[in-house]
Structure formats: structure tokens, C-alpha cells
Design a protein around this ligand. Structure first.
Ligand code: FES
Ligand SMILES: [Fe+2]
Length: 407
């Protein structure tokens, strides 16, 4: 349970909010490369409560600036790209990548000589078919982590697209540290609908645990007869990593969350194969029927039911948490702690500062028995054992046999 002030602190993401400032210290996906193939193409971006325009400019680079022209407020979505600049379509004011106004037609020569930073502009990074943006202070810009799933060449990537969730980002991210929800929400629902559940989530559950690691929280579990497993990582602050998928829960604003979902299919014959240059965008089945009732027939529909019905922003002053919510509590503590780090002028965890790493391979944090909601990765062989991952900070809970059987 949280008081209202703390709940607001963790859920409000706009400019100059404490959590918004923390989230601005990370790279977030804002589009697909395939949406901006030709020079001059523009796309509207809403993220962290800010309205922006992304444009493909000269030499294949990207420009990301605030949507509204500061002259009289027209949208730069309709602007003309000229070289590496964008010109407002209303009266022709011209802005560069740094957000300076470098030309004002019909104005005095004096006005035209002054280049002033007039609009917000942000750096971008393109990787594996995704476009990322960094909205934080320039001096604290982290290196792009080069997630393995985005840069590996021995397979094929695709993006699974679904409608935005009508709820706050933290509801979906708390789901990433909720190891017991898979029992009823996924397995039981698949069973009830007579659908095949290949996930393995419905087996009797013996124990589960949580431990912090460099990138967030690593989870552990033990299912009867299947032995121990660990992984399905909560990557701080807003990602989930499973063996061949990575999901970003992008805060569009306080009450809208976009799932950016990358799936990677490794080559099966062990031979390297060139990842497709233009990953496919695959539209996912709808989550609700025509009466606005969730279909509950896919992981996405089931999770969306859970997090959207909690409300636009879950009122955490009315919860009753139990032992199985320890992961949720750990995530909230991590957020509060990292908000304080940023407020004190420091740099938050789960970032790389300085030289860009060649690859950040999170598979090394996964092992043992992995219940699978994604494809396995036959190219990966875990060499680290349970004892190499977990130490005495591992918070583990034994489930009484009487309460681990699905009813
Ligand atoms: S509103 Fe953009 S130039 Fe006038
Ligand atoms: Fe789920």
C-alpha cells in the first residue's frame, strides 16, 4: 500500500515530475525505422507527456523536436525538411537539429541574424529497426546499451504491435515482477477456454524469489518436477526480457502506455544468418470483442484485462499486498531510491555511461527451467548455475503445498 503522494510520485511522468525526470534518463523506443524510410518523412511522437515530431533528414539522420512551432503554434508534422533542418509550413521559420531558429522569412535582417534555441530537440539512436530517443539532460546521456536482441545477426527480428494500453505505465511494469499472476490469469484462462497452453506456467508452484541485479530484478521459481529456474527479467525501469523477446512499456503520458515488443527467432541450424534488414511489423489480434469485453484468449488480452481494469492510475492506497507481491514492492523501492539519486544530482542504475558496449547480452541471467511464453534460443547454453546468480540478498518464499494447486 502506498499513500496518495507516493502513488502520484511513481506514476506521473510529464516534464519536471520526479518520476518523469528519472524515466528521461533512459533511451525509449519512439518509432520503427520502416515508418520513416524516405527523406522528408515525418511522424508524430507522444512520449512522457510531450508532443514531438520525428523526421528523416539529410544523410539518413533523424531529427526529433517539439511538435508546436513557437511562432504561432502550428504543427511541425507538416514541416518541410531542408537538408538537416525542418521548416514550419505556416510561415516558414526554419529550425535545426539543436532546436535553434535559423531563419525567419518576412522578418527584419536583425531577427534573422540571431539563432536562438527556440524549440525542444532530443537525440535519437536507430538500432535493429527501432528508433530510440533520449529526453534527459545532455550531460547525463547514457550510451546506447546495444541489447543483444536488437543487434544479433544470427536470426530474424519482428515487432508485435498492439493497441496502446489505457492505463499508467507502472501497472504494466509491476506485472513484470509478479510471478504468481501467470497461474490464474494465463494458464487457468487458457484451460477454461479450451486453448492449448504451452507456457508451462500452470504446474504446481513450490517457491519463488526476487533479487536485484545490475539491470533490475531477476526472478526465480521452482515448479514441481521441473526444478528451479530463473530469469524473465524486469529490466529497470520499464522493460521485460524473456529469452527471445524484449518488451518496452513506454509511458506515452500518465494514462497511456505503449508496448514495444521485439521478437527474435534465432537460426536453428547453428549457422549465422543475416537478420532481415527491415523487421516485419506484425499486428496482434484484438484484445476485446465488439461488446468491449476482453477476449482473454491471448497473453496480451489477459494482461491487458488485468492492468486496464485496475483503473487509469491504480489507487495504491487501497491495495492489500501479500507475500507474493514482494517483487512489486522491490520495484517500487527501486524507483523511489533512483528518483532520489536523480534528485540529488546523481546518475541512475541500469545504464551504461561512457563508451557504447558492443553488446549487452541479458541471456546470461537466465537459466534452469524456463516456462516459455516465447520461443527458446537453441544457440544459447547457460554456463552459470543458480549459485552463480543468487546470493543472500535473494528474497525467496516457499509456497505451502496447500495453496500451490490451481483451483
Ligand atoms: S507558426 Fe510556424 S512559422 Fe508561423
Ligand atoms: Fe502476464
Amino acid at each position: 500500500m502506498l499513500d496518495q503522494t507516493t502513488n502520484d510520485l511513481l506514476t506521473h511522468v510529464g516534464p519536471n515530475t520526479p518520476c518523469g525526470n528519472l524515466l528521461r534518463r533512459y533511451w525509449h523506443p519512439v518509432g520503427y525505422s520502416s515508418e520513416l524510410t524516405g527523406l522528408g518523412r515525418t511522424k508524430r511522437v507522444r512520449i512522457l507527456g510531450e508532443d514531438l515530431v520525428l523526421a528523416r533528414i539529410g544523410s539518413g539522420a533523424l531529427l526529433l523536436v517539439q511538435e508546436r512551432c513557437p511562432h504561432r503554434g502550428a504543427s511541425l508534422l507538416y514541416g518541410f525538411v531542408e537538408g538537416t533542418n525542418i521548416r514550419c509550413a505556416y510561415h516558414g521559420w526554419l529550425y535545426n537539429q539543436a532546436g535553434e531558429c535559423i531563419e525567419r522569412p518576412f522578418e527584419s535582417e536583425k531577427a534573422n541574424r540571431i539563432c536562438k534555441k527556440m524549440i525542444e530537440s532530443y537525440p535519437t539512436h536507430e538500432c535493429g529497426g527501432l528508433i530510440f530517443a533520449y529526453l534527459g539532460p545532455a550531460v547525463d546521456q547514457p550510451a546506447f546499451p546495444n541489447w543483444d536482441i536488437l543487434i544479433r545477426q544470427d536470426g530474424v527480428r519482428h515487432f508485435e504491435v498492439q493497441d496502446d494500453l489505457a492505463c499508467n505505465w507502472l501497472q504494466m511494469q509491476e506485472n513484470a515482477v509478479d510471478v504468481t499472476h501467470t497461474y490464474y490469469l494465463h494458464s487457468k484462462y487458457f484451460e477454461q477456454l479450451g486453448l492449448n497452453d504451452g507456457s508451462g506456467f500452470g504446474k504446481p508452484f513450490k517457491r519463488f524469489g526476487f533479487q536485484r541485479f545490475d539491470w533490475g530484478i531477476v526472478k526465480s521459481w521452482e515448479y514441481e518436477e521441473m526444478g528451479r529456474g530463473w530469469g524473465n527479467l524486469m529490466v529497470f525501469p520499464n522493460m521485460l526480457r524473456i529469452m527471445t523477446e524484449m518488451h518496452w512499456r513506454v509511458p506515452i503520458d500518465d494514462t497511456t502506455t505503449r508496448i514495444v515488443w521485439v521478437s527474435f527467432t534465432p537460426s536453428t541450424d547453428g549457422k549465422p544468418m543475416l537478420a532481415n534488414e527491415e523487421p516485419k511489423i506484425v499486428q496482434q489480434p484484438k484484445r476485446k470483442d465488439e461488446t468491449d469485453r476482453y477476449l482473454m484468449d491471448t497473453f496480451m488480452s489477459q494482461d491487458a484485462m488485468a492492468v486496464e481494469t485496475q483503473g487509469l492510475i491504480l489507487d495504491r492506497s487501497k491495495e492489500n499486498l501479500g507475500v507474493s507481491d514482494r517483487g512489486v514492492v522491490m520495484l517500487r523501492q527501486m524507483l523511489l531510491e533512483q528518483i532520489k539519486v536523480v534528485q540529488a544530482g546523481g546518475r541512475p542504475i541500469a545504464n551504461v555511461y561512457g563508451a557504447e558496449p558492443e553488446m549487452t547480452d541479458l541471456r546470461q541471467w537466465m537459466g534452469g527451467y524456463l516456462p516459455m511464453s516465447c520461443q527458446p534460443d537453441p544457440t544459447f547454453h547457460q554456463t552459470r548455475e543458480f549459485k552463480d546468480i543468487f546470493d543472500d540478498t535473494h528474497k525467496e518464499y516457499e509456497i505451502p503445498a496447500s495453496s500451490s494447486v490451481m483451483r
